[in-house]
Each structure stands twice: as structure tokens, then as C-alpha cells.
Design a protein around this ligand. Structure first.
Ligand code: SF4
Length: 506
């Protein structure tokens, strides 16, 4: 594969026709109530002021924790109160409750995935992003389908990933037709591995907000989760850091998930880029977004992401922001998301360094990436892990999937490569009910063990295999003891997997 610097520049479609129909006001107004957005900055500011004026005592904190343990979405006033807890002992209690809820809803599994940047062209000008259109130092490119296939052969055939999040900027040359072609190409790649084969089985998409007709096309092409982060819920900061481009429209982004649901996508991921504005405000915004999706569609966010702003080439806001989030505060953010939206998946990425990942994962995280590279075309390249003239920001952790799986095993965690849920229809309202009741954990446990066996036999190093086998044995014991009815058919699937069959699931 050629290096990204010489990837061919495909001629963009006429920008004017593409641009003219990017934003449809009627696809915002449909969900506004009396012309007002569900994010009310004044109400958030008042709730935060009340929380600051009277921090909660231990009795109130424990009362809130009891509801979180029952997997109830938190009331905004309760979150505003927890945001102002100052007693370290109470924070320790909250951290323990978050870890307990994570185990109750998701057991001891961590799902893993890889980010795949498909292109780095973008018409927007976000002041914290290396891909912004005013960054003349960025080498722009978008993968051809042959190059995309080469990336997937490494990801699925050499590393062993089953799940991707593919990332697009906003540009006419990487519009909806190109996105659909990318999904089809990725799903078509199948590579011989040590025992079985490697294949990407779930493609999640992080892309700009789209129209409903575009989202329907993406869904029909086999979309997993549709991910759009609001970046900041604070309208004033939003306007300041998004000075031009379609992204300058706060409301178009705010209702991206409403349009997704209207398009039949019931598996959505929201997030905020922490460091743009006051993290307490962002927490209130994320909770309001989850509550709004539950209210409007009975389906909350399948995942919440909480990236911290990282250094990026020619990104002035990264240095200027007065809202940089400390290590202490990002740990509080993880705890509070787990408590506030107890059913949601939580994604921690390789933006964080290895030490922070070790610290944050036990507090409630359910998904993390590994072997990550975020330069366009960089998986298939032999040289260089990071290139600041080609990628959106700099990664904090570039360890291999093998190393991360091994570390998780030493922490007592099983890495799950399961992608069964959406293929069995366990999405949307169905998955919400299963997660709230704790029943999803049963399916996930069985599928985690089967996919762990697959990956260990196909890709693990001897050291990782040695660390993982005790974890696997313990999980098998738990299945036998806790799910005696499922045990015989599960054992049969396990033995078929160990003999080399692939992609068996419940
Ligand atoms: Fe483009 Fe996204 Fe970067 Fe903004 S954050 S410049 S929309 S790639």
C-alpha cells in the first residue's frame, strides 16, 4: 500500500450541490418543543449553582446511589448535587458503586475495537482539531477501496479485530455513497488466521450529522452504532470553537440522534469532548441528551464517550482553553457517567495513556480500543505509529491488542470480541430492557467466552495465552454454575470453536 502522503486525491463532487442540501431545518424543528432545544443552558447553570450552594450530605448521596444501583437514569438535580461532593470518602463510595453497577450490568467484560480513519478531508474548521480546513500543514487523503481492503486485512487478519469504528470528516468526496461503499468493502474482507479466519463483523460509524435519507442508506448497509459527539453542549463555547462550516450549526448536531432514530437506527453513541467547556456543564448536557432520547424514543444512548482534548497540529484552542480536565476530574467523570446513565456502554479510548487506562477501566468502562492508529492508511504501513501531519490528534497509548488483552487478563477482565447483539436483534428497546434487568449479561458472557477462545487461538502470543487461560477457565466455571440450562449447548459451541469453527454465537 502506498504511504498516505501519496494516496490519490479523488476529485470532489461539486461542492455547491453537495452543500446546498446538507442541513434541513425541518429535520431539526420536528423535535423542538415550542422552538426550544432540550438543552436549556439557563436551567443547567441554575442546577449547578444550587448544587454548589448546598453540596449533598452522605444520606442524600446514598439515596442517589441506591437508585443508580437499581439501574435508574439519574435526575438532573441529583447529578448537579453529586458534581459538588467534596468529601473524598463519599467519592470513594461513589467509585465503588460505579464499579459495582458496571459488574451488575456488564459483568467483567471489556469489548475491544479499533478506530479506522477513512479520510481526513473536512470542510469544517473546529479550532481544536488537526483536520480542520484551515490547517494547511495537513496532508489530505481518503482511502480507495483497495487501500481500505489493505487496512482491513491488517486489522482483521494480523491483529484480530472484529469491530471497527470508522471515522469520516465532512467533505463532498466522502459523502454517503462513499460511506456505504466503505461498509460493503469492510464486511467483504475475510483473511486466513492461525486456526480460523479473521473478519470484521461490526462496523460502527463516527461521521458528521446527516439527513434522514442518508442515515437510512447507512443503516441498510449494515451500520452498527452511529456515533456523533456534540463536542460541547455549551452553546456559547460551541459557537466560539466552530466558527465556520456546517458544524457551526449547534442544533443540526444536537438532533443528529433524533434523525438517526427516525431513520430506523436504534443504536446510537453520544459524547462530549472534555476540555472545551466546564466539565460539569458537559456532564449535565450528556445526561439531558440521554433523558431526551429516552423520552422521545424509549431508547437511550447505547454508548457514551468522554474523550479529553489532546494536542493536535495547528489547533489553537487546545492551548488556549481554560477548561483542561485533570486526571482527578476525568476519574470523577467516569464514575458519574456510570452512576447517571447506569445502562449505557462507556468507551475509553487510546487518547488516554496506559496508566490512566488502568486506573479508569475498573470504574465503569465497557469498551476500549487497542493497536490503534489514526493516520489515514496507517495500519497497512510498515513505518511510524503517529504522524501529526496526517492525524486528528496524538494518541496516548499505542500498545498492541495482544498487550492490552494480556493486561486486562491480569486485571481479571475478559476481552470480548462479541458482535452478536445487533445480528440477533438485541438493539434499541430490546437491549435497553435487557441491560436494565441484567439479563443481557448472560448472552454476553457466553459470547465473550466463545470469541475470546477464537481470538486466543487465532492471534494471541504465548504470554497472552498463558495470562488468559485462567480467566477463561473461571468464566467457564461461572457459566456452568450460573446457567446450568444453557451449559450443554454452550459447551457444544465452545468445543466446535476450539476445533476451528468460527462466529458461533447466542
Ligand atoms: Fe472536521 Fe471533525 Fe475535525 Fe471538526 S472535529 S474539523 S468536523 S474532522
Amino acid at each position: 500500500m502506498p504511504s498516505a502522503s501519496v494516496l490519490p486525491e479523488s476529485p470532489p463532487a461539486p461542492a455547491s450541490s453537495w452543500a446546498r442540501d446538507r442541513i434541513r431545518m425541518e429535520e431539526i424543528e420536528a423535535w423542538r418543543s415550542g422552538g426550544r432545544d432540550f438543552i436549556d443552558p439557563g436551567a443547567i447553570a441554575r442546577a449547578l449553582a444550587e448544587g454548589a450552594a448546598s453540596p449533598p450530605d452522605a444520606a442524600r448521596v446514598r439515596d442517589i446511589l441506591a437508585r443508580a444501583r437499581a439501574v435508574e437514569t439519574m435526575a438532573p438535580g441529583d447529578l448537579a448535587a453529586l458534581l459538588h461532593v467534596t468529601d473524598p470518602d463519599l467519592w470513594a463510595e461513589m467509585g465503588a458503586a460505579a464499579a459495582e453497577i458496571k459488574r451488575k450490568v456488564y459483568d467483567n467484560r471489556i469489548v475491544t475495537f479499533a478506530p479506522l480513519y477513512i479520510g481526513n478531508r473536512c470542510v469544517n474548521n473546529c479550532l481544536y482539531c488537526g483536520l480542520r480546513c484551515d490547517n494547511a500543514d495537513m496532508q489530505r487523503s481518503a482511502l480507495t477501496m483497495d487501500q481500505l481492503r489493505a487496512e482491513c486485512e491488517v486489522l482483521a487478519g494480523a491483529i484480530g479485530h472484529k469491530r471497527l469504528i470508522i471515522v469520516f470528516g465532512e467533505h463532498p468526496s466522502t459523502g454517503i455513497d462513499y460511506m456505504v461503499e466503505c461498509l460493503r468493502t469492510i464486511y467483504s474482507v475475510k483473511v486466513k488466521a492461525r486456526v480460523g479466519w479473521g473478519q470484521i463483523r461490526r462496523v460502527n460509524v463516527n461521521a458528521p450529522p446527516m439527513r434522514i435519507d442518508e442515515l437510512k442508506a447507512l443503516n441498510d448497509a449494515g451500520l452498527g452504532t452511529y456515533q456523533v459527539f456534540q463536542e460541547t453542549y455549551h452553546p456559547g463555547v460551541y459557537a466560539a470553537v466552530h466558527p465556520s462550516g456546517f458544524k457551526a450549526n449547534y442544533a443540526w448536531r444536537l438532533y443528529a440522534m433524533h434523525r438517526a432514530m427516525a431513520a430506523g437506527i436504534d443504536d446510537v453513541g453520544i459524547g462530549a469532548l472534555f476540555g472545551l467547556a466546564d466539565w460539569r456543564f458537559e456532564m449535565m448536557g450528556l445526561l439531558a441528551h440521554a433523558i431526551e432520547l429516552e423520552r422521545a424514543f424509549n431508547i437511550g444512548p447505547h454508548t457514551i464517550s468522554f474523550p479529553r482534548m489532546e494536542p493536535a497540529g495547528n489547533a489553537p484552542y487546545v492551548q488556549e482553553s481554560r477548561w483542561a480536565v485533570s486526571d482527578e476530574d476525568i476519574a470523577k467523570i467516569v464514575v458519574l457517567i456510570r452512576l447517571a446513565v447506569p445502562y449505557t456502554g462507556m468507551i475509553l479510548t487510546a487518547r488516554e495513556n496506559a496508566g490512566m487506562r488502568r486506573r479508569l477501566i475498573p470504574l465503569g468502562v465497557t469498551q476500549t480500543d487497542a493497536s490503534s492508529r489514526i493516520g489515514v492508511g496507517s495500519y497497512a504501513e510498515a513505518a511510524g505509529m503517529q504522524h501529526d501531519d496526517r492525524q486528528q490528534f496524538m494518541l496516548g497509548d499505542t500498545r498492541s491488542l495482544d498487550e492490552v488483552v494480556r493486561e486486562l487478563a491480569t486485571m481479571g477482565l475478559i476481552t470480548s470480541f462479541c458482535t452478536a447483539g445487533y445480528r440477533c436483534g438485541r438493539t434499541g428497546q430490546c437491549i435497553m430492557d435487557l441491560l436494565r434487568s441484567g439479563a443481557e449479561g448472560k448472552f454476553c458472557k457466553l459470547n465473550a467466552v466463545l470469541t475470546y477462545r477464537e481470538w486466543l487461538d487465532d492471534f494471541a502470543s504465548p504470554a497472552t495465552l498463558a495470562a488468559a487461560e485462567p480467566v477463561l477457565a473461571r468464566e467457564m466455571d461461572e457459566v456452568r454454575e450460573r446457567m446450568p440450562k444453557a451449559w450443554p449447548s454452550f459447551l457444544a459451541s465452545y468445543e466446535r470453536t476450539a476445533r476451528g469453527e468460527r462466529d458461533l454465537y447466542f
